[in-house]
Design a protein around this ligand. Structure first.
Ligand code: PSV
Ligand code: MN
Ligand code: MN
Length: 385
């Protein structure tokens, strides 16, 4: 029987630098007081989340949103704050040059520029000690006939190969997919199957990143999780939740049951621990809610879903499955899901020397008042202007 408390204590959830900054939709960015003005201040906020939750020891960066002169110094700053640098997220979707695509663009000059950016991200990994390069491409087409679907796959494979070959022994590539948006007719990496096929072609250092918001409504995400786990090709999650499309809402807010089902597959495959090599990251934007409390809430939502998954009686489940007892098997899962795990998590935090209620602790800490007073002219995360 899994040691539930030990597993929860060791859980690791990575927070994204951009979630601390101002964000919005293409309609409006609602600026908030006290948001970070630079990468250091985003890291400082991530460190606060880690100090209060005890399970968020790394922060993902997005380049160029987090561009600095000296990445070694940035990593040192993070270490002094008590956190590490997580995944380096590349950004080949914001320049005018990328109107017709980045690494799949018909223009070789644009492809070169995009690939050079990805290579620069590997340099940043070297400088910061980051293990993971996370790639998401907005590439695709809007109109039938606009470009050759097949040629774009060739161009994608060529760029991925060049970047893959540049990775160090301990570095990995995470290839994220997304059903649609900003391209509407074809997307060059639209689904897990496309990502998986490219990762297989590339080799063992390439794995799939599942962003929970990047699927068609009704998609069974836990099936994808189970499939990729079995194939040894699940590298990471970008957690968030959605009602309609790529909403980037707090993970577990829209569908906590889905998050539980995903974490059940993770627990069942013994893939929760850091050694299993799966990065559990948030990829969210807090457009109307207070940012740091929302990120703490998101971390807690992942913890709650994980605790419930850990409480599943695996022996009883296996016995019911063997016996073909559909109702009993389903009941085992639902019993765990319907357990209130909040008291367990409060106790665990106390054992870890933390406040049992991290959000209340944040509000009491005076940190919010301090950043509101000190930070004038907070940054926009990078998009949605
Ligand atoms: C794209 O929608 C995405 O999920 C990718 O992970 C990007 O890096 C991120 O969002 C930017 O917000
Ligand atoms: Mn994402
Ligand atoms: Mn997204």
């Amino acid at each position: 029987m899994t040691d539930v408390r030990a597993a929860l204590r060791q859980q690791r959830i990575e927070t994204p630098s951009w979630a601390y900054a101002n964000s919005g939709t293409r309609f409006k960015v609602f600026a908030q007081a006290g948001v970070p003005r630079n990468p250091e201040e985003k890291i400082a906020d991530a460190a606060v989340v880690h100090r209060l939750t005890g399970v968020a020891p790394t922060v993902a960066l997005h380049i160029p949103w987090d561009r600095v002169e000296d990445y070694g110094a940035l990593a040192k700053y993070a270490a002094d704050q008590g956190v590490g640098i997580g995944a380096i997220n590349s950004n080949v979707f914001q320049d005018d040059d990328y109107k017709l695509g980045s690494v799949t663009n018909p223009d070789p000059g644009v492809r070169r520029k995009a690939t050079d950016h990805l290579l620069e991200c590997v340099d940043i990994m070297d400088a910061t000690g980051s293990r993971d390069l996370k790639l998401w491409f907005s590439d695709g087409t809007n109109y039938p006939g606009q470009d050759s679907i097949r040629a774009r796959q060739d161009r994608l494979a060529e760029a991925l190969r060049e970047v893959y070959d540049r990775l160090g022994d301990d570095q990995r590539m995470l290839l994220e997919y997304k059903l649609f948006e900003p391209a509407f007719y074809t997307t060059d990496v639209p689904d897990w199957g496309t990502s998986y096929a490219h990762c297989i072609e590339l080799g063992p250092k390439a794995t799939v990143c599942i962003d929970t918001g990047h699927h068609a409504p009704g998609t069974n995400i836990e099936f994808i999780v189970a499939f990729l786990l079995r194939a040894g090709k699940l590298g990471a999650f970008d957690f968030n939740s959605r009602f309609y499309a790529d909403d980037d809402l707090m993970v577990g807010a829209a569908d906590p049951f889905q998050l539980f089902r995903i974490m059940h597959e993770i627990v069942a495959a013994d893939a929760l621990s850091a050694e299993a090599g799966i990065a559990f990251m948030l990829d969210q934007c807090h457009n109307i809610e207070a940012k740091i409390p929302a990120i703490i809430r998101s971390v807690m939502n992942v913890q709650e879903a994980t605790a419930k998954a850990l409480l599943i009686d695996a022996d009883a489940l296996a016995a019911a499955q063997r016996a073909g007892d559909v109702l009993a098997a389903n009941a085992v899962l639902m019993d765990a899901y319907n357990t209130d795990v909040r008291p367990l998590l409060r106790e665990l935090r106390e054992e870890m020397g933390l406040d049992p209620d991290p959000i209340a602790a944040y509000h009491r800490s005076g940190y919010q008042e301090r950043i509101v007073a000190e930070r004038v002219g907070g940054e926009q995360a990078g998009w949605g202007a």
